[in-house]
Design a protein around this ligand. Sequence first.
Ligand code: ZN
Length: 437
Amino acid sequence: MAASQRLPDLPEPADLGEQMVALMTELYPICRSITGDGVRASLRMLQRHIPLHLHEVPTGTPVFDWIVPREWNIRNASITTAAGETIVDIKQHSLHILNYSVPIDAWMSLEALRPHLFTLPDHPDWIPYRTSYYAENWGFCITQRTLDSLVDTEYHVVIDSTLGPGHLTFGELVLPGESAQEVLVSCHCCHPSLCNDNLSGMVLATFLARVLSTRHNRYTYRFLFVPGTIGAITWLALNEPVTARIAHGLVVACVGDAGHMHYKRSRRGDAEIDRAVEHVLRGSGKPYAVRDFSPYGYDERQYCSPGFNLPVGSLSRTPHGQFPEYHTSADNLDFVHPANLADSLATYLAVVNTLEHNRVYVNTNPKCEPQLGRRGLYSTIGGRQDTKAIELAMLWVLNLSDGQHALLDIAERAGIDFGVICEAASHLKAHQLLVED
Ligand code: ZN
């Protein structure tokens, strides 16, 4: 891409890590949930970077087998003693509140309070992340060390929250391309102060949208920032006709940690997105892992449910649940690194570029090999270290461009990097030896 096509304030993907962490740092303190002002405030922060459209879906709206829940908002939550000691206060950490806690203002004994306190005994200094979206409850998430320090006295428990009719909020951005066929990029936006699981996906999707908005794309790109599970279900229920246009999709999560890239295939298993991601990872020269679809994980569960079966995979670094910091206060700003975020973004862009350039061509001279030397196709690229690779790639592209094989098929069959195959195809196109099918 020529430099003039980029916004002046947008560096190369490899240099965007610091900006991604800066955005994450702003988002970090907010107490998000599947509904409420935390999600709204977070999505509005993203609007400073991309023209995100915020949708509000009323409580009670039926969405397939689910119903849009009541809206939850939290103002204050604390446990204090008669002596004026503060045991816990949500102002210190948004994870302290059991997400979706109903309001309470009461004095109670430690014995009565105890069932409402959640800790991580194995990590005594970490705060767990707990939710109770669909069963009415209240509670606090605290460190085991805090719990161990509590004495047998009366505690003043205050949760100033509201749970009532309102809306479910989600963000959507569509970047129109040449084709109405779409690439879906979806992330969840419902976790409170958690960096890798949640915020990393939100900032990567934001910066990917920014990069793609500065260039001319073949595909239309649809970015979704939805509360986990219920948000994806809601979007699918309200946008069923759109799903017919989704040609490829990725669910973004856990893209800031130090682990290597990890791809979870779509339910189809051999969709173009699956092959594109695997080709990029194989060519990266770095360790990576690929696993088959399973109906457990992030919102690919909904996109890949049998009634949709969309070609949507999930590209992350260390998968959810496979790092000890997952869903704890240790998934904080120290757990994610600018270089890892930048590397993840570059990987996503490589996948996008593969999809963008993966076209089917037809060899205009299919009877025996065309004479490449006469056309200067050897000499114009002669002298380069990789000349042989390009020549070989041209022979592969000519041979397999029978209208049945796209460039990615050819790259896989030939065992040649997709970029080299694309370059070969563009030389052949320039000499009218190849036309788009
Ligand atoms: Zn999570």
